[in-house]
Design a protein around this ligand. Sequence first.
Ligand code: GH3
Ligand code: MG
Ligand code: MG
Ligand code: MG
Length: 313
Amino acid sequence: FLTPLSAPMLADAVDPLTFKTKDEPYRVLILDDSPTVLASIRKTLNQFPNIHTQTLRQPEQVLDVMGEFSPDVLLLDFHMNGCNGLEVAKIIRQNKTFESVPIVYLTAETSEHVQLEAMRNGGDDFLTKPISQAQLVNTVISKAERYRGLRKLMVEDSLTGLYNHVKAKTLLQQAILMAERQKSTVSYAMLDIDHFKRVNDTYGHSVGDKVIRALARFLKQQVRRADVVGRYGGEEFVIVFFDCTPDDAFEKLNEMREAFGLVQHTYEGGSFSVTLSAGIANFPAYLTMGELVVAADEALYAAKRAGRNCVMR
Ligand code: GH3
Ligand code: MG
Ligand code: MG
Ligand code: MG
């Protein structure tokens, strides 16, 4: 079923950097009704420490398994007993969570018409049986890499590497749902650098960017690992404090404000410091995400009005 893999091809197929990366391994789900096919693909891919595989023979279970395994690539048999790959792909594409997971068909079908039809129906690529091992590895790694890259772009703020606005809100919503179930609290803080326009005007935009990145690193270091830090855009940041009393979250935020105010930021001609204002609100004092965000925003506005460099709730 698989053509043999020669050593030089293997070397070509794999980026040595990718091979050695400390990142999470790429997760590859293989759905095929033939145990022989599953075993040989798995054997090839498992030679690579940066690839994790999972196999599946029952198409009915694909959504459940994808939910647990969260694959970076799905290798999908085109012809299965009682079901074809196109139908499976359609079901996957209708699911919000998996709508952009790369699907690579495994097929003995060489007709261009059929291949085009499959690509129109949610497929990203084809591997034609007998599959060359080098091509298999290449396809899997390049699709997975691209997918990871896309996912990163969707959730990450490019200047700081923090969660972006959209992702931070999703995580806040999840935090509220969890707190409801566990009868715990969540605090939500909004922070804004004071008179940041002056920083840009006085020291230049790139020094301003450096201050934004310094604050991002600082916040990330200060909060607990499970807490969420996001950049809302500009010089505005948000923090979701988990499992923390509203008083403790307020205290913590105030300490961070004070400490960051002492940090010296350098520019060509010397150094300067900036101050922060912040507002904080908590669930269950506010019960919906909308109310929580408005309350934190109003508290931030109150902090600005009160003369800046302070935290309000
Ligand atoms: P306040 O104390 O009221 O917050 O005053 P401010 O000057 O910080 O207020 P404002 O929010 O009006 O200005 C924020 C400025 O941040 C405006 C914009 O030029 C600057 N800014 C927004 N995004 C970026 C960025 O990515 N990099 C840099 N360097 N500056 C940015
Ligand atoms: Mg089959
Ligand atoms: Mg500001
Ligand atoms: Mg602002």
